[in-house]
Design a protein around this ligand. Structure first.
Ligand code: PLP
Length: 378
């Protein structure tokens, strides 16, 4: 849905929603360009848009990333690829989880490129290509340290010993995935050495190795095609150092009620917060059903303008309560907005308070928000 000021919106009707999620598409594009600019010459950045573009909305996000220059996109599930194809007719869409038996025809119909994650995948895609009478595009995934997807050591050794196992395939890229790119870990160099060995034996197509944090490990890790995800959406790919990325997501809840409390009372389920002296408590229409994680109870902070307001009590399914005693009354009335994620409080900050990572905060973002896609003009 487009509005007169050039913004798109979606989700719940603005008049009815309890909170507004703003996705800054200009910041998303700036992040894509920043990652691209960090890559060594000859390397390009794809865009990883799995899990509904990390919760931001695959249609608007992918369209913006395409406009910023991305041509290669990665999703996890085939179904996400089918959705993405509706938004981007000409993109190269790679499906990380691959094509399971029976899905091959749908891959061809929608022009999806499967990752081949084991020799069985290789055999099935070869058989499908033979039936189709032509080599069809695919990605060969070799595991170098995740023990999750990709040819394992034994399968890799078999392919090296008998390259004809790959005959009849159009291998557009050979990929692997870093396990500890966001840490200063010796595993990074170990995986790099293994992947170099892989490229020595399997030099076809483009080499794809680095995720977001991998890009920041330096040029050795860049190869031909980087696969940044989370950094595009504003999460810090270099934990422990200042975040080079722009914030993309803002979450603002509308105050439902404000109450003055001057007696000893407790707040919320389980009475986990006890009010000590005269206080004001504001109730907000966001809860764990919206992906505002329950582990944030008594731990999170919200902001009203520049004022910090701590979350008190447990997170309920549909509600939270914040202590607004320190906030001027004029800025804290029903209908006014509170930043749950915003300029003072990033996705990473909230993740730290929840005892999790920014990925989980983003991919949990709820379905009951009104969504605004700001293109930067506003
Ligand atoms: C999710 C994923 C990525 C993107 O990782 P980020 O850490 O979000 O940049 C890249 N490659 C693979 C195989 C993935 O599963």
């Amino acid at each position: 849905m487009a509005t007169t000021d050039g913004r798109q919106s979606g989700g719940v009707d603005a008049r009815l929603a309890g909170a507004v999620l703003t996705v800054d598409l200009a910041a998303l594009q700036a992040n894509y360009r920043l990652i691209s600019s960090r890559l060594t010459s000859g390397a390009t950045a794809s865009a990883v848009v799995k899990a509904d573009a990390y919760g931001t909305g695959i249609g608007p996000a992918a369209t913006a990333l395409w406009a910023a220059g991305a041509r290669d996109f990665f999703v996890a599930h085939a179904d996400e690829g089918v959705t993405l194809r509706r938004h981007l007719a000409d993109a190269r869409i790679h499906v990380l989880n691959g094509a399971h038996a029976g899905a091959e025809e749908a891959f061809r119909e929608h022009g999806l490129i499967p990752a081949l994650n084991c020799l069985d995948d290789v055999a099935r895609w070869r058989a499908f290509c033979a039936k189709a009478g032509q080599p069809l595009p695919c990605v060969l995934h070799v595991d170098t340290g995740m023990c999750r997807l990709g040819l394992d050591r034994r399968e890799y050794a078999r392919v090296v010993a008998d390259p004809s196992l790959l005959d009849g395939l159009d291998i557009q890229s050979v990929m692997s995935h870093l396990a500890s790119a966001d840490e200063d870990s010796p595993q990074n160099a170990e995986q790099l050495a293994l992947f170099r060995d892989v490229r020595g034996h399997l030099p076809m197509g483009r080499a794809s190795f680095a995720n977001s944090s991998g890009v920041f490990l330096g040029p050795d890790y860049h190869f031909d095609l980087a696969r940044p995800g989370v950094a595009l959406y504003g999460v810090n790919p270099t934990p422990g150092s200042p975040n080079p990325m722009a914030q993309v997501v803002r979450l603002q809840a509308k105050i439902l009620q404000v109450r003055d409390v001057d007696s000893a009372e407790t707040v919320g389920y389980g009475a986990t917060h006890r009010i000590a002296g005269p206080s004001r408590i504001a109730t907000l229409p966001v809860g764990y059903a919206d992906g505002y994680l329950r582990s944030l109870g008594n731990r999170a902070t919200a902001y009203i303008g520049d004022y910090e307001a701590p979350l008190v009590g447990r997170v309920s399914m549909d509600l939270i309560t914040i202590d607004v005693t320190a906030v001027p009354e004029a800025q804290c009335r029903p209908g006014m907005t509170v930043d749950l994620i915003g300029p003072h409080h990033t996705v990473d900050d909230l993740a730290a308070q929840a005892g999790t990572i920014g990925y989980e905060i983003l991919t949990s973002l709820g379905r009951r928000y009104h969504r605004v896609y700001a293109d930067g003009a506003a």
